[in-house]
Design a protein around this ligand. Structure first.
Ligand code: WT7
Length: 631
């Protein structure tokens, strides 16, 4: 089987090739596979270490790989401290624009002062090495500042995306046993305030471990503050304790840097754990090579720092590479659909990295909004989160990139820490393909028995070798880590990505989508089990099944089949109520597109819901093998 886009190439210009950080993919790739440890050791040498490692890779306890064992470091030393000794001290580290149009900029020097002051505040609240601080914030500078402050003093952060509900927040606080929560009174989105503090207050009712809640004042609307528990960020930052001098803790390379929750096949979200050493090396190398980072660049990753994309490529990698980072608070089309293009022109952004869903959303408004602006500063574009459909790719390439900017379609996951399958600026591109493995990585598409399938055939995507940015475990649940990612191909020692894919005749990887019960909506990851358990928490619902169906803007959307409790009957009103209920329980991103009331669900004889049958029915397709269907 081959795809209709397999033979359509877009070649990089001579200009792009001439300035690329990596000039020859094949030979460096070969080297990185033949001597993986040597390759990564060299990359690690680009960073500063308090003490050099004894061993690059320790694979004595698979799948719990360790990297740069014995090395002493702190990601903050490389992201900030070392730049202060150079001219970059006065380079702009962060340009931030709020949705209402307010602007703040920080040089590396200024960012260090803010981080150090907040680190001292956290210390004064008793935050210790190894403790997990939960952060629930809008996209304001205090978000990266709080993250980096935690890392600086050896605490770990758990950032919960600001679009999540109080239940989702509370579950995550409880799993991490956080004592301290950092939040804000709200943020701006489409001209409205998202009331984060109210949600945080509700969450704290069910999260008894929280002793201290620090709130950034952003929107200045009235919020409830509880005596002895709640403090304003600006009050604390005004105290003498918030001194701008703070030592960066010396950490082991393998010490926990953060956990980040992501959805899996079961209801309970997984706290994916990343560490200081390997993650620093992996994210900074991928960023530098794939986006060809130069000191003159103005880098804009238009994700939310609350997701892995933001952790790795708004905060850590670009700062390690000494870049100037752009960050924007609000919606791409507020007040008009030219908001992003206006900012690219205003700040002279050179690289834009965003998601297919954002591209499709902006494409919908036509070409004229971007044509009002001078986008000639752009030299590279990027995409992440889900497969980008060739139409959106071509629009992005032509209208935004003026056919001059190669598109780096990067495939990776929360668990991988950084880009795994990705082009480089010199790579001939095929719209819709993430192209080839990054250095050190070996990728294969296999059948259930672990045999590589033929070129063009669809199978399961596996990663055959460890890499420094890999997750170390699921927080507090080593068994689940093994079970989810390593069990299926235990014999071979491969990591199962959970995606289906094919590799074409030219060795280009085409990721198709999730094979497990994970749904990607607008690039966000949700578990069918999470949506279903939100459904049955409504008193009218007895049972439900959630599936993903294609959606023009969102990539996928959620349809839920629901069996109501005896005596209840489905109606338009109940459908609306259930949609809102899910949105309240999980957050607005999980809101289903459609609820279908049914009397029964197709199940296997062992009682597992056959979602694939529901999906085939909904799409009017062949239902496939029904031999396991309960009759
Ligand atoms: C899943 C991981 C990594 C940052 C954002 C998402 C899908 C991600 C691509 C891409 C095709 C992609 C996969 C993957 N995905 N990037 N370029 N092409 N699919 O992180 O929430 O952990 O989701 O996103 O299905 O498994 P995440």
């Amino acid at each position: 089987m081959s795809g209709k886009n397999d033979s359509e190439f877009f070649y990089p210009s001579e200009e792009v090739k001439a300035q690329a950080n990596v000039k020859d993919y094949e030979s460096l790739y070969k080297r990185s596979i033949e001597d993986r440890e040597g390759f990564w050791a060299e990359r690690a040498e680009d960073l500063e270490w308090f003490q050099k490692w004894d061993k690059v890779l320790d694979d004595s306890n698979k799948p719990f790989y360790k990297w740069f064992v014995g090395g002493k470091t702190n990601i903050v030393h490389n992201a900030i401290d070392r730049h202060l000794k150079t001219w970059r001290r006065n380079k702009v580290a962060l340009i931030w624009e709020g949705e209402p149009g307010d602007v703040r900029t920080y040089s590396y020097h200024a960012l260090n002062r803010e981080v150090s002051r907040f680190a001292n505040v956290l210390k004064s609240m008793g935050v210790k090495r190894g403790e997990i601080v939960t952060i629930y914030m809008p996209q304001v500078p205090e978000l990266p500042i709080a993250m980096i402050a935690c890392a600086k003093i050896g605490a770990a952060h758990s950032v919960v995306y600001g679009g999540f509900s109080h239940e989702a927040l509370s579950d995550r606080i409880n799993d991490a046993q956080s004592r301290v929560l950092v939040t804000a009174d709200g943020g701006w989105r489409r001209g409205k305030i998202t009331d984060l503090k109210k949600i945080a207050n509700n969450a704290m009712k069910n999260s008894p471990t929280i002793e201290v809640c620090i709130t950034v004042k952003r929107t200045e609307h009235e919020v409830y503050m509880e005596n002895d528990r709640d403090f304003w960020y600006h009050d604390l930052m005004g105290l003498p304790i918030a001194s701008p001098k703070c030592e960066t803790e010396v950490m082991d390379a393998e010490d926990m840097l953060f956990i980040l929750y992501t959805s899996g096949t079961t209801g309970k979200p997984k706290g994916v754990l990343h560490t200081h050493g390997g993650y620093s090396v992996y994210t900074s190398t991928t960023h530098k090579y794939v986006f060809d980072i130069k000191d003159e660049d103005r880098w804009w990753c238009a994700a939310d720092p609350g997701w892995i994309t933001g952790h790795s490529y708004i905060v850590y990698a670009p700062l390690i590479n000494g870049s100037t980072v752009m960050m924007y608070e609000g919606a791409p089309n507020h007040p008009y659909p030219n908001r992003w293009w206006q900012m690219i022109e205003k700040y002279g952004i050179t690289i834009l990295y965003t998601s297919p869903t954002a591209v499709r959303g902006l494409m919908r408004f036509g070409d004229s909004w971007s044509q009002k602006h001078d986008l000639s500063s752009l030299r590279l574009l990027g995409s992440v989160g889900e497969p980008i459909n060739p139409e959106a790719w071509k629009w992005y390439h032509k209208v935004i990139g003026r056919e001059k900017c190669p598109i780096m379609d990067t495939w990776w996951q929360t668990e991988t820490g950084g880009f795994m399958i990705t082009p480089l600026p010199i790579t001939p591109l095929k719209p819709g393909s993430a192209t080839k493995p990054f250095f050190g990585n070996e990728v294969a598409v296999v059948d259930d028995a672990g045999n590589e399938v033929k070129a063009g055939e669809v199978g399961k995507l596996v990663l055959k070798a460890p890499w420094p940015g890999m997750a170390r475990t699921i927080y507090g649940d080593d068994e689940r880590y093994k079970e989810v990612y390593w069990k299926e191909f235990e014999k071979q020692g491969w990591y199962k990505a959970g995606d289906s894919a094919r590799i074409d005749e030219d060795g280009y990887v085409w990721v198709i989508g999730r094979i497990d019960d994970v749904i990607k909506v607008s690039g966000y990851r949700l578990g069918t089990a999470e949506v279903e358990s939100a459904f049955v928490s409504h008193s009218d619902v007895a049972e439900s099944a959630a599936i993903a169906l294609p959606h023009e803007l969102k990539g996928n959307c959620i349809h839920v089949f629901a069996i109501l409790r005896a005596g209840m009957s489905g109606s338009k009103e109940l459908e609306a109520e259930l949609k809102n209920h899910v949105s309240e329980v999980l957050g607005p991103i999980a809101k289903p597109e459609k609820v279908i009331f049914v009397d029964s669900l197709p199940k296997t004889r062992s009682g597992k819901i056959m979602r694939r049958v529901l999906k085939a029915r909904a799409l009017g397709q062949d239902e496939g093998d029904l031999s396991t269907l309960e009759s």
